[in-house]
Ligand binder design. Sequence first.
Ligand code: FAD
Ligand code: DLZ
Ligand code: SF4
Length: 497
Amino acid sequence: MILGDQLTPGVSALRAGDRARDRVLMAEVMAEASYVPHHKKKIAFVFSAMRHFAEELRGEGWQVDYVKLDDPGNSGSLGGEVRRAAARTGLSRVLVTEPGEWRLLEEMRGWSDTELLPDDRFLADRHGFAEWAEGRKGLRMEHFYRLMRRKTGLLMEGDQPAEGRWNFDAENRSKADPDLLMPRPPRFAPDAITREVLDLVAARFPENFGTLEPFWFAVTRADAEAAFDHFVRHALPQFGTYQDAMLEGQAFLYHAVISPYLNAGLLDPLDLCRKVEAAWRAGAVPINSAEGFIRQVIGWREFVRGIYWWQMPGYDRVNALEAQRALPGFYWTGETPMNCLRACVEQTRDEAYAHHIQRLMVTGNFALLAGIDPHQLHEWYLSVYADAYEWVELPNTVGMSQFADGGLLASKPYVASGAYIDRMSNYCRGCAYDVKAKAGPKACPFNLLYWDFIARHRDRLARNPRMAQMVRTWDRFAPDKQEQLRRDAGHFLDSLA
Ligand code: FAD
Ligand code: DLZ
Ligand code: SF4
């Protein structure tokens, strides 16, 4: 059995299979298409990429049983489709690569005659990560990342990091200017297979979040590789410098926009990093870009996956800051006078994409400051992005963005007032609020909520060396100023629906 995010010719289940004897089963099922209300573009991408992969496998001599969502008799679940396939073919033994989500792994462990094979499309195997993590006092991505650099030899000169430093993060923080010549990810016109899927999604998921068309994602390995090559040539040179920048109307800036392809298995992470390293060695891209990209892929991506498997089950229910507020409706509609949030939600609705800083420092930062229930927020992130699978989304949401694991993943809460958003974007210019105002009806809500957050979690934050300075600043405010800030924040929070 091959799942919708296992579209890799060398995935362990295919390696272990025999094309002369075995049959490949792939199934579009309602259970997977509705365990969260996925963005329409995400469903279309997964189904179309699955159908193209089935064709690729047939071309390589595999017999593929492909079940479409609308096929008569579709049982609606992966387990049901395995049972139906067994009855149809007389075959009874199932080989499947371990799924990327705990809920499905648990389910598959209950299937009879099923062999689960490790998913070795990652650098760090999940048991090895847990061993490394176990017993360490503080887990830091940077330590793990250096291990991965050494393991792969990427950007290494002997046992030393290229250009003398492991991390060029400090050179990833420039503000971007609107530029008419900014590269855009290549767009792929839907073929007949994708058109059929688009009709299916429009008919069967009309109420789901998101705009279905225009649909331009790559849905084959060849097109995903072309998209990546385009990124390396046109955007990677600037990627490092503008990695943290945000611009209204520019959803992609200099980002790769490859996470849906990578997570579905259309692209291979190590292969991408080798190409990036080669571009740096050829002098085509600066070190801050090459290192910045490689850090995300062999560092963060692997690190969050390790944390997910190490901490599940239970990690989806962590709530160290006891945040209980319901997710505001504007996360779905974009209807808010806060221009940064409006822009990020509308872009998410249209593209099923937002880059890291939009997710972390706009939608994530707001939720953390406002005390939104991290589980509700997790379900939102898992729904709305085309690249979202729980193994990567959950640690980014509850760990990195919401500090809901109490600091297991991140060394401090990623909170910032409006000044940060103003420094990194042009959102504030078009906003009904005044980013410079700290009090009163025009005050940017991020400014009010920032101090309210510090006050609410004062004792915990005072113990964190990276937050203690802000706590001291809060403590020095006059009592009437503190009261005023908390009152204004309270009024704002009361107005959230
Ligand atoms: P680029 O900025 O061009 O980076 C290149 C690649 O690096 C990405 O394609 C991705 O594979 C990898 N990468 C970068 N940052 C991370 C990270 N923090 N964790 C894991 N991989 C990373 N990423 C997902 O793939 N799926 C998710 O569901 C997801 N949910 C997120 C939720 C929150 C709250 C936050 C803060 C981040 C989340 N991320 C997620 C990480 C990151 O935002 C996306 O990987 C990135 O925006 C994808 O766009 P890109 O391909 O243009 O990335
Ligand atoms: C995301 C997704 C969707 C929308 N639909 C399917 C599907 O119908 N069949 C399938 O095999 N996989 C699908 N997927 C991907 C799975 O949800 C994914 O394999 C698991 O969540 C494990 O990561
Ligand atoms: Fe966002 Fe505040 Fe800037 Fe408005 S003023 S765009 S709410 S940061």
